[in-house]
Design a protein around this ligand. Sequence first.
Ligand code: HEM
Length: 403
Amino acid sequence: MDIAEDIKGFDHRAENHRVGAGCLWSSMREVPELPESGNYGGFRIATRYADVAKIATKFDLFSSASGISFPDLDFGTRMYPAEADPPVQREYRRMLSRFLTRERVALMEPSVRQHVVTLLDQFPADGPVDFFAAFARPLPVLVSLELFGFPLADAAMLDGLVVALHDERGNEKAMEAAVALTRYLENLLLSRKAVATDPDADILSSIVLSTIDGVPMTLDEQVAMLRLLLFGGFATVAIVLSTALHWFALHPDDMNRLRDDPGLMDSAIEEFVRFASPATYLKRTVTQDTVLGCTHLRQGERVLISFAAANRDPAKFEAPDEVRLDRQENNHLGFGIGVHRCIGSLVAKLELRTALEEILERYERVEIDPAGTLKWESGENQGIIALPLILHRRPPAGQVNHV
Ligand code: HEM
């Protein structure tokens, strides 16, 4: 198959798409026009950093209001604020953003650390563990549910529904999961509405009591907003964490370096987000005929923007396929850019920092279990979703290792 054929058949949902995506992105960046895939009714693909940043920033020309996924996850109601454009998008965003400020997120640290420690304590003393299933996925589920005011006892059930919805897209199992999730969220919202008095109390109260232009959100809209929060916070953090541990397994010197120099933690986290870029592809729809570089785009055309490809663009990043723990001026697009930039980025970074700190404290090195199987997710959120690891504990303080 030649490259033109590969591009024409480009399907981000194809199994293991992300594994070979780097080469495809490089070839696509060389094409002056935005290349076109023939799948899902046809769409353009943006992989150059400059194009992706421009499209994501110019929300008046590239709208999110017709949905951001391919094919559309049709729940009948858009997931606000992600699937809306300003000015209304800002109103929806405000309902959430005041609970995700630096000050508020800092208060979450003790409970996030407690979740980290509890999960790590459950690891087998010896022997392999699927790091994704045992730690990387449950951590953001627990942290998100606590943040949104959901009962933590429902974590596994809710996560199961979100996974089924995602994995079984379009089939009967997904429909069942969608119905069950909607019922659960409706009940939660209705019982909160019965007692809520202060929209500033927490996220759930804000959603049930806030108004847009003086009009309260419908129950469907409230459910859709919660659904977005669940989708946004689970897979993304989990994939970055697994990617970091995968990197450490292949580059033990970097694990030692980060342990020895905790001052690198902030830049390391940004770098792991850039490198993993779990929010890999998102859709935009052209609102009026537009010229972007060499490409004439017609009103109504769909463009898949790839934050992940932009983050590996050599025109923007030196050695983009390497993790550099001390990378400077790392203006990556892992959290997006512009009006939709990730609202939960501070929570995500808190989870990543506490998790890495505790792991570095406990474990000397990690290796990939040769008997296990590494798995990659396709679709909008891509990356490692099964990571069989063997973790080697650090010797107790004062003990000298003889080799
Ligand atoms: C490493 C973890 C994360 C990554 C890489 C990530 C990535 C992104 C990206 C790229 C966008 C922009 C979408 C667009 O342009 O259409 C976004 C938006 C969003 N994220 Fe995240 N995210 C992460 C964690 C979270 C968490 C923990 C939450 C919830 C607490 C969250 C909630 C949201 C929401 C609600 C939006 C929509 C904002 C808007 O449209 O105004 N994300 N995220």
